[in-house]
Design a protein around this ligand. Sequence first.
Ligand code: SAM
Length: 216
Amino acid sequence: KLDDRLKAVAVQIRSRVHADIGSDHGHLLKALLTSGRIERGIAIEVNQRPCENSRSTLVGLAADVRLADGLAGLSPGEADSLSICGMGGELITRILETHPERVPPDLVLQPNRRPDAVRRWALQAGFHLVDEQLVVGRLRYVVMRYRLDRSSADPAYDAMDHEAALLFGPLLIQRWESQLQGVLLDEYQYLKELQQRTEQSQHRLNVLAKLLRLKG
Ligand code: SAM
């Protein structure tokens, strides 16, 4: 059984061979294989215990389970798509930057923190944002689907406040759904009431104030 976060990830994936880095329990790949969204799965784990957990979840299914550090466990061209979920944006970015030639053309990334690091990476690596979903539960997550396209700049950022798009998501801002508005207003109130602001929280407050003014 997948939680809402991994369900939101799973609906973004449909491919022949899919690799999941940091597979942990292996539940995402199992759901993708049993629902027929993928034909073959590759689970990659850097730690022994979660690697064994993935192995036992995926037994009997069309999946390889590998003990490796990120893309070191994947050959170039081996997978059509890849997911990295439930880690900080900076770690996700580091994994992608370590072996750029092994990154498949379709990606689903779900950073727990610092989604802006992932967005910056995608812009310079030539990936376009195809879809972006906010999952609001006990915590808030963003699920992003990217496709490699070096033919042009990512149109999701056209006519956008670049800083706001990097921090809060260009497609989420374009759609401006009530759920996002609620999340941003909550953060704005919280940041405004903070007595001591770090440089980062002051920056978020400035960018948010401008965005909320712009959107009326
Ligand atoms: N992806 C799952 C999810 O979203 O529920 C698990 C998230 S869990 C918090 C992060 C997992 O990533 C851990 O099992 C950890 O061992 C693994 N991990 C962290 N860095 C990794 C790396 N460089 N390569 C492969 N796995 C990694």
